[in-house]
Write a protein that binds this ligand. Structure first.
Ligand SMILES: [Ca+2]
Length: 366
């Protein structure tokens, strides 16, 4: 608002000169009409503006981060306390820290430190202080908090670094492994299983730090997402089709998301069957549910004979609407299997228990 008032007043000299031009034109016409040489009375032209006697800067101090820009403003008052327009000049006493545009109060934070920014009009001067801080890495976000790998397998971790205000920061991240004989990590976050066991991979950036627990399984261990899927029904052959439960997860927010499988009927009993490239003696099945979780009542694996063996059963139990990973430890299946069947009973919840992806882990044939 202050800036607007000053800007408005800046037009005063312009309208004054218009007034003057009008007065002179009137006078000239009067002379022509009566041919007289006498000049009619002319009021003295108003003074363009009364002189400023005080100058203030706003704000008096501010804190910026390197790279930020901001504006200072000023207010010039005449002897009666009215805001008046005046020509000002802006300067910084430390341009290596804060630069300022000479005619407008736009400051740019260049480097950490402090600088005095002054506005001057004739002999009047007002000064504000700018403190410039470096953005500091404060938190690191990693995509996972735990990682399971087989020996010889690698997975890339991407770290996102945030500053003290929660803003994403382009800061370098250093990676280390507490036990490189279990898992090594490259300078760009690629974790590779080197020996069976557990360790911790650490990401640091300045004072910020984040950890991932890593478990490395023997070389004959496999973790895989489904390569094929069929279902007792699917909401459509495009969106929500059974094939959307194959491959790695691709739904990351709590949403009724068409990149997951959903049955035709929201309140029926249905099954989803997944097939995998590598037959394994299973140790875990992980089901990523993205909408209305809790209706999974049965999980089975299929033997070569065609018989199904149950590895999980539960009563329908609503779990809110958000993402849930149902991790099912599997023991006692001695055969190598490559087919998993998931049954949902949606009669209680009466909403689609959507499945984004299903992971099968276990030991491959030697
Ligand atoms: Ca999916």
């Amino acid at each position: 608002m202050r800036r607007a008032e000053v800007t408005g007043l800046a037009f005063v000299p312009f309208s004054t000169s218009l007034t003057l031009a009008f007065v002179m034109a009137t006078t000239f016409i009067a002379c022509s009409d009566d041919g007289a040489v006498t000049v009619p009375f002319q009021p003295p032209p108003p003074s363009p503006t009364t002189p400023a006697v005080s100058l203030s800067i706003f704000p008096l101090s501010r804190t910026l981060f390197v790279g930020d820009t901001a504006f200072f403003t000023y207010e010039a008052l005449d002897a009666t306390g009215r805001v008046v327009a005046t020509v000002v000049e802006w300067t910084s006493d430390n341009p290596g820290v804060v630069s300022v545009a000479r005619t407008v109060g736009k400051v740019t934070a260049i480097a950490a430190g402090t600088a005095n920014v002054s506005v001057a009009a004739g002999t009047l001067r007002a000064t504000g202080i700018v403190t410039v801080r470096l953005r500091a890495p404060t938190t690191i976000q990693l995509p996972v908090s735990d990682l399971i790998l087989a020996i010889g397998y690698a997975e890339r971790l991407t770290a996102q670094v945030y500053d003290q205000d929660g803003r994403l920061l382009n800061a370098p991240v250093a990676w280390s492994s507490q036990n490189p004989f279990v898992a090594s990590v490259s300078s760009d976050g690629i974790v590779t299983g080197t020996g069976a066991g557990t360790t911790v991979v650490v990401a640091t950036s300045g004072a910020a730090r984040a950890e991932v627990a890593v478990r490395v399984e023997p070389a004959d261990f496999a973790m895989q997402w489904a390569s094929g899927a069929t279902a007792s029904s699917e909401y459509s052959t495009g969106e929500y089709a059974a094939m959307h439960a194959t491959g790695a997860p691709n739904v990351f927010t709590c949403a009724d998301e068409s990149k997951a499988w959903a049955s035709t009927d929201a309140a029926g009993v249905d099954w989803l069957e997944l097939t995998y490239d590598q037959p394994v003696r299973p140790t875990e099945i992980r089901i990523l549910e993205v909408w209305a979780p809790g209706s999974i009542v049965k999980v089975e694996v299929r033997h070569a004979s065609g018989d199904y063996q149950e590895v999980y059963n539960a009563s329908p139990q609503p779990f809110g609407n958000c993402l849930r990973t149902l991790a099912i430890p599997v023991t006692g299946v001695m055969e190598f299997i490559s087919t998993v069947r998931v049954t949902v009973d949606q009669r209680v919840r009466r909403d689609w228990n959507e499945v984004d992806a299903v992971r099968l882990s276990g030991f491959r044939r030697p």
